[in-house]
Design a protein around this ligand. Structure first.
Ligand code: HEC
Ligand code: HEC
Length: 233
């Protein structure tokens, strides 16, 4: 699946350029496009305001692309971002470039060792690349069991995501919680293809798109969130 994704992105990128070659200075233009985004999501894509603005750094490129397109069509409603995602502001090529740029940023989960000679700017920039999510208490065994059984197939055993399924580890817990609430209220569609016929009965009361989340208790969800905070490197 992953290989297919790579081939598909190569194709798309190919159609965006006339000769099918890689765009020159791809890294730079991704960074440029990210300029207005950084006002909310941070210079390093680290997000901000305790998860009001999610982390984008290290997120899967295919997922970032998907999300930006869903914001544009309002399939996923995001009012603060709507003006930034319109075609004239952000073309399909820009979406590819900025997504690849953000996906390529690695944030550390340990503080850097500074040398006495490092100046303030060097220190500030290095600190922007550190992101540690506070560890939550909970029934970690329960969280792990459910996560591995119900979530890991798509979100990856270590929470880093797979294919177009988003990375969850290293993301603000507040933000993850808010998204799960949105899924449960039917405001955002979750895993569309996860529901087997025999689960339909249990899901009757909820929109079908909520998928696996609709089968979990509040405590299970809290335990999963706690477990995810333990998956950081
Ligand atoms: C005015 C503030 C603002 C600006 C500017 C902004 N965003 Fe956002 N963005 C948000 C908010 C708020 C959310 C979370 C919405 C929610 O809670 O569902 C978000 C969510 C996202 C998500 C979804 C992340 C996820 O894990 O699902 C992506 C991707 C994203 N933004 C990319 C961008 C890019 C790329 C730009 C620049 C082109 C940008 N944003 C500019 C406020 C902003
Ligand atoms: C069949 C695949 C699949 C399974 C299984 C699955 N998810 Fe997801 N998940 C997705 C997809 C696809 C998205 C992105 C949906 C979208 O585009 O808006 C997502 C998004 C999310 C998000 C929002 C991430 C963000 O950055 O906005 C959270 C939180 C989440 N899933 C939690 C879970 C949990 C917890 C489980 C297990 C109980 C789980 N998912 C199981 C496919 C899956």
């Amino acid at each position: 699946m992953r290989l297919l994704g790579v081939a598909a992105s190569a194709l798309l990128l190919g159609t965006a350029t006339t000769n099918g070659a890689e765009l020159p200075g791809q890294q730079d233009s991704g960074k440029e496009i990210n300029g207005p985004c950084a006002a909310c999501h941070g210079d390093q894509g680290q997000g901000g305001k305790r998860g009001e603005y999610p982390r984008l750094a290290g997120q899967r490129a295919a997922y970032l692309e998907d999300s930006l397109k869903k914001f544009r069509t309002r399939e996923r409603l995001n009012l603060p971002m709507l003006p930034y995602t319109q075609e004239r502001e952000l073309s399909d090529t820009d979406i590819k470039l900025v997504s690849a740029y953000l996906a390529g940023i690695t944030l550390q989960t340990t503080f850097p060792d500074f040398k006495d000679t490092d100046d303030a700017l060097t220190r500030l920039e290095a600190m922007e690349k550190v992101m540690i999510i506070p560890k939550l208490e909970g029934d970690l065994d329960n969280g792990k069991t459910i996560y591995e059984k119900e979530c890991a197939d798509c979100h990856g055993k270590t929470g880093k995501g797979t294919w177009r399924y988003p990375m969850l580890v290293g993301q603000y817990t507040n933000y993850l919680q808010r998204q799960m609430d949105a899924y449960l209220r039917g405001e955002r569609a979750h895993d569309m293809d996860a529901d087997e016929a025999d689960e339909v009965e249990k899901l009757k009361a909820k929109p079908i798109e909520v998928g696996v989340l609709g089968r979990l208790t509040k405590k299970d969800i809290d335990d999963i969130l706690a477990y995810i905070t333990r998956l950081q490197d």
